[in-house]
Design a protein around this ligand. Structure first.
Ligand SMILES: C[S@@+](CC[C@H](N)C(=O)[O-])C[C@H]1O[C@@H](n2cnc3c(N)ncnc32)[C@H](O)[C@@H]1O
Length: 253
């Protein structure tokens, strides 16, 4: 458990950053992975493209590589943002190799990592042997149907770009899907990279976060800018019993 409930003021994030040589190397690596993915996707579709990417490059987004601070700090800061409570059911969408999923293990009863790539899911399972409350499933998030299961915490980090084209309608549909996956009172932690400049990726990130913030049924609890990502914490309105209609008394009782 962490000790900063959403209701408390969160620490102010610094507003300016400098990039180290390693940061630049990390973003070049990610750009290469995305370029390979784009080429594969046009030939074989998204699922096959991610499968092939993970098969040829074991950690294409540098999630577990200690030399890159972005991923390591992103996970630490995301966990520190979570309201201090114990979560029943947790869903990590676009879990990749399960690096963050494993770090979520102490926060919940049951954690489900979901990814479109079967190769990534198989690897995540192998890397998570010994974690008794983790499970992994392969599916496209937009097709994912958990039945009556709803989640007290849903994490959606650096995954939405792959659901492009992200038109206003599409963003509304995705936000609606997140709402339906959440239990009443449940928390969505949304993270996307952000560079504080007018580059297209940062503009898209701002649009994504605004669409979620203004979507019906999700209330923004906090937003932070970090090096180099934007993080929003959103809450699904708690369930409220429908008040029974008040039957008025007549003059005769
Ligand atoms: C850049 S990685 C992010 C991994 C992790 N969430 C993180 O923050 O380190 C994006 C992941 O999203 C997965 N993904 C992409 N589109 C998806 C979709 N439609 N449904 C489920 N997973 C998807 C990819 O396979 C990939 O593992």
């Amino acid at each position: 458990m962490v000790d900063n409930p959403a209701s408390q003021a969160l620490a102010k994030a610094p507003r300016t950053f400098f990039m180290t040589v390693r940061d630049i190397a990390f973003w070049l690596r990610s750009a290469r992975a995305d370029a390979t993915l784009g080429r594969l996707q046009s030939e074989r579709g998204l699922e096959q493209a991610f499968d092939e990417l993970y098969a040829t490059s074991p950690d294409p987004f540098g999630a577990a590589l200690p030399q890159y601070r972005y991923q390591r700090q992103k996970y630490q800061r995301m966990l520190a943002m979570l309201p201090g409570r114990r979560y029943g059911d947790v869903l990590d969408i676009g879990c990749g190799l399960g690096v963050l999923t494993r770090q979520l293990a102490p926060f919940g009863e049951k954690i489900l990592g979901l990814d479109i790539s079967n190769t990534a899911v198989t690897e995540a399972r192998e890397r998570s042997a010994g974690f008794t409350n983790l499970e992994f499933a392969q599916d496209d998030v937009m097709a994912f149907d958990p039945g009556r299961r709803q989640f007290d915490l849903v994490v959606l980090a650096d995954t939405l770009y792959y659901l492009a084209p992200l038109s206003d309608d599409r963003l509304k549909t995705i936000a609606g899907k997140m709402h339906d996956l959440l239990a009443p009172g449940g928390i969505l932690l949304l993270v996307n990279h952000f560079f504080f400049t007018v580059d297209p990726a940062s503009r898209m990130t701002r649009e994504i976060h605004n669409a979620f913030r203004w979507s019906s049924g999700l209330n923004q609890v906090a937003e932070h800018k970090y090096a180099f990502f934007l993080a929003s914490l959103l809450e699904r309105a708690p369930w409220q019993p429908v008040a029974a209609p008040v039957v008025g008394r007549t003059a005769n009782g």
